[in-house]
Ligand binder design. Structure first.
Ligand code: HEM
Ligand code: HEM
Length: 176
């Protein structure tokens, strides 16, 4: 498949939609009440889970879109930047996937039943298991922090292209 030179509207819409949902997701995650034994999910947790499952669906769609509509790295970039941006983009997909799936496993091991956005009953991946829940909680937190660090690197690079290299990399992800 020949790689195109620019991101299309679908790739851009999915990119910025996921950015907006991730900002919301971190805010809900940090602001919602801590979990106690035997607790049932309240409104904060229900929205955290609902937004998180939406992010999971969108990142899978986005990854499928990337595989079927590949975009070549900007040809004017030095080879090390072409390679490092590819690596960071791949890792962003992997870490969003890891964060959402560990969250889903955590909710499953808690034995919760949750209706996404109070509408759609959510399928669970496993049944009640307190020990597994404890282990997976650590993984959800580790991947959520690793994702945040990687997003920081990605955003800092975007700003470096605007203010230091002064090229048109940022324009690639903006509306035409
Ligand atoms: C990329 C998406 C996600 C991000 C960025 C994210 C982020 C967070 C954050 C920041 C916290 C607070 C933890 C802390 O205090 O450090 C949290 C907790 C939690 N998240 Fe997520 N989350 C995501 C997806 C999900 C999904 C899809 C689910 C479930 C289906 C989920 C379930 C939970 C649960 C149950 C907790 C509570 C764990 C605890 O308080 O120890 N998360 N998440
Ligand atoms: C303010 C925040 C952000 C800015 C300014 C930004 C900017 C950009 C730009 C300019 C590109 C195109 C790079 C190129 O190929 O030339 C891009 C690609 C990408 N961004 Fe972001 N981004 C931001 C946040 C995020 C976040 C939070 C994620 C988290 C998942 C993300 C994931 C990606 C991925 C995976 C690609 C590669 C697309 C592909 O080829 O599949 N970005 N971003």
């Amino acid at each position: 498949m020949t790689a195109r030179l620019q991101y299309g509207t679908t790739a851009k819409v999915l990119h910025w939609l996921i950015v907006a949902l991730l900002i919301m997701q971190y805010l809900i995650g940090w602001l919602m009440p801590d979990i106690h034994r035997g607790m049932k999910p309240g409104a904060g947790m229900t929205f955290h889970i609902s937004v998180g499952m939406t992010i999971l669906v969108l990142i899978v769609l986005r990854f499928a879109w990337r595989l079927t509509h590949p975009v070549a790295p900007e040809s004017s970039l030095p080879p090390w930047q072409r390679l490092s941006s590819e690596v960071v983009h791949w890792m962003l997909y992997v870490l969003v996937l890891a964060t959402t799936v560990t969250g889903w496993l955590f909710a499953s091991y808690r034995g919760w039943s949750v209706a996404l956005f109070y509408v759609m009953p959510m399928p669970m991946l496993a049944s009640d298991n307190a020990a597994a829940g404890k282990a997976i909680d650590g993984l959800h937190q580790a991947s959520e922090w690793a994702l945040l660090v990687l997003i920081g690197i990605h955003v800092a690079s975007a700003f470096a292209h605007i203010f230091v290299y002064r090229n048109r990399i940022m324009q690639r992800m903006l509306p035409e």
